[in-house]
Design a protein around this ligand. Structure first.
Ligand SMILES: Cc1cc2nc3c(=O)[nH]c(=O)nc-3n(C[C@H](O)[C@H](O)[C@H](O)COP(=O)(O)OP(=O)(O)OC[C@H]3O[C@@H](n4cnc5c(N)ncnc54)[C@H](O)[C@@H]3O)c2cc1C
Length: 482
């Protein structure tokens, strides 16, 4: 890329703040969905809100599309620059700016890696609750843009419930400071609107996040089942019995085999058809009662073995298996299609049965992991992207699973977002009026649709909205319609 504006960006950011060498642009071609790729022309790495603002002013003037990028761990193609242009990476904006132990909030730069926030506030016995399984790598800004979840979001809620303030730079470089005041914000809920906007409303540069006090104690328990159905039924039973674990996860047989063959080996029995993994947090008395209640439910549903972790090391090991499950699936095949769908909890067992059938009919290897408490299922298909025929079957299976979830009153995504991957499915779930309203909201933030173009809302819906907003006599071919 050439031009006076590139020279301006070089001058502004210095040699470490701009990547132009095509060989070094390779990692920015895709996120975790490697089937969808497009190389950006350049990558910019600003360090402050002021630099982000100056960068966006230049790009606005030159009308260049721009895609914000955290760590690129997204699983819906969100950070893939479909229109080329500029990727704006937050990788050099990873400072913890302040921790307030009385208000229990942290102010951080948006490129901070999720787990680093909990590490930074551990000495105050505080933690940041949303814990995506990618938390060792993903950024808090990416979490905000995707409204990410994680195992412990069953108890604590997804990211949106933990964002108290934001500093956002709009597409024309305007800085919107929504970080103060933090109590009872008035007017439209701009923060709520921004969370989950998938990089299409602006770039979040600073975040004010809620911190939680560490519980007095945490116990981790594992129940081993001879069938996946029984594990699903146990989840319904324990919720019906009003037990309140902080996390409820299920792993199926193929996932267990992959985990146990990998560096994340957690000691799950390889012969099991499914394991149920729960965390219980609170005071010692509460925890002891809840653990006893859950174990009773699991046994009543036919658990062949139950265990509670005896040490912090064992606890960490049991969770490392769950959190490393996607990575471990590299043991099955070179590529992984991670579906992310949601249904009402009561339909989980039925959905699991259908996803198994869908994969079997297409001769695909399916390994399922779920945030069972939230009805959020990840049917993961291990495949080889060098085999185009297999890729076709994988995508067909993904589509059928999404259609089924809609039929069951569920949603297209529990936490990974729509991005590029599920854009077409938005038309299966939403009406034209729904999509038209989304287009208008998007254009209020980004009138030229240069921020992360080509994502989330199908282009057709936006064009139709534009058409509808033009007075009938001004529409092209108006004569022909008279
Ligand atoms: C192994 C693995 C496990 C995972 N487990 C989970 C899980 O348990 N729960 C879950 O929810 N997700 C999970 N994910 C998905 C992913 O980690 C999350 O979506 C995460 O929030 C993405 O963060 P990121 O920093 O990598 O963002 P990226 O992938 O870089 O970007 C994601 C989107 O956010 C936008 N964006 C990034 N930063 C900003 C910013 N500062 N301002 C505005 N927009 C921005 C991008 O444009 C893009 O649209 C997992 C992924 C992997 C690979």
């Amino acid at each position: 890329m050439q031009g006076a504006w590139i020279a301006e960006l070089r001058e502004l950011l210095g040699p470490r703040g701009i990547v132009e060498d095509p060989t070094k642009l390779f990692p920015y071609e895709a996120d975790g969905i490697v089937l969808l790729r497009r190389r950006p022309e350049i990558v910019l790495l600003p360090r402050t809100t002021e630099e982000v603002s100056r960068v966006l002013r230049i790009l606005h003037r030159e009308r260049v599309p721009v895609v914000a990028r955290g760590a690129g761990t997204g699983l819906s193609g969100g950070a893939t620059p479909v229109d080329g242009g500029v990727v704006l990476s937050l990788a050099r904006m990873r400072d913890v700016l302040a921790i307030d132990t009385v208000d229990r909030v942290a102010r951080v730069q948006a490129g901070l890696v999720n787990v680093d926030l909990s590490l930074a506030c551990a000495k105050h016995s505080l933690f940041y609750a949303p814990d995506p399984s990618s938390q060792q790598a993903c950024t808090l800004g990416g979490n905000v843009a995707e409204n990410s979840g994680g195992p412990h979001c069953f108890r604590y809620g997804n990211t949106t419930q933990h964002v108290l303030g934001l500093v956002i730079v709009l597409e024309d470089g305007t800085v919107l400071d929504l970080s103060e005041p933090r109590v009872d914000p008035l007017g439209f809920d701009l923060i709520g609107l921004f969370v989950g906007s998938e990089g299409m409303f602006g770039v979040a540069t600073e975040l004010v996040l809620k911190l939680m006090p560490k519980p007095e104690t945490t116990e981790t328990l594992l129940a081993i089942f001879e069938s996946l159905d029984a594990a699903c039924d146990a989840v319904s039973d324990l919720i019906r019995a009003r037990h309140e674990p902080s996390a409820i996860e299920i792993l199926d047989k193929l996932t267990i085999e992959a985990v146990e063959a990998s560096v994340y080996a957690a000691g799950y029995p390889r012969t099991a058809e499914a394991v149920l993994l729960c965390d219980v947090e609170g005071t010692r008395v509460e925890v002891a009662n809840t653990v006893a209640g859950i174990l009773e439910v699991a046994r009543a549903r036919g658990a062949i073995e139950t265990r509670t972790a005896k040490s912090e090391l064992e606890r960490k090991q049991l969770w490392a298996g769950r959190k490393g499950a996607f990575g471990a699936m590299g043991r099955i095949a070179p590529d992984l299609y991670v579906a992310d769908v949601c249904v009402p909890r009561t339909r989980l067992r039925e959905l699991v049965g259908h996803t198994t059938r869908i994969a079997r009919e297409r001769n695909l290897k399916l390994a399922t992991v779920f945030h069972a408490g939230d009805g959020n299922l990840h049917p993961n298909i291990a495949y080889d992207r060098r085999d185009p025929e297999e890729v076709k079957r994988v995508l067909e299976a993904g589509d059928e699973i999404m259609r089924l979830c809609i039929e069951y009153g569920g949603s297209l995504s529990g936490e990974h977002g729509i991005g590029l991957e599920k854009m077409k499915a938005m038309e299966w779930l939403f009406t034209r009026d729904d999509l038209a309203t989304m287009c208008r909201v998007r254009e209020a933030w980004d009138p030229d649709r240069r921020m992360n173009p080509g994502k989330l809302i199908p282009m057709r819906a936006c064009l139709e909205t534009k058409q509808a907003l033009v007075r009938p006599e001004e529409r092209p071919h108006a004569e022909a319609h008279r």
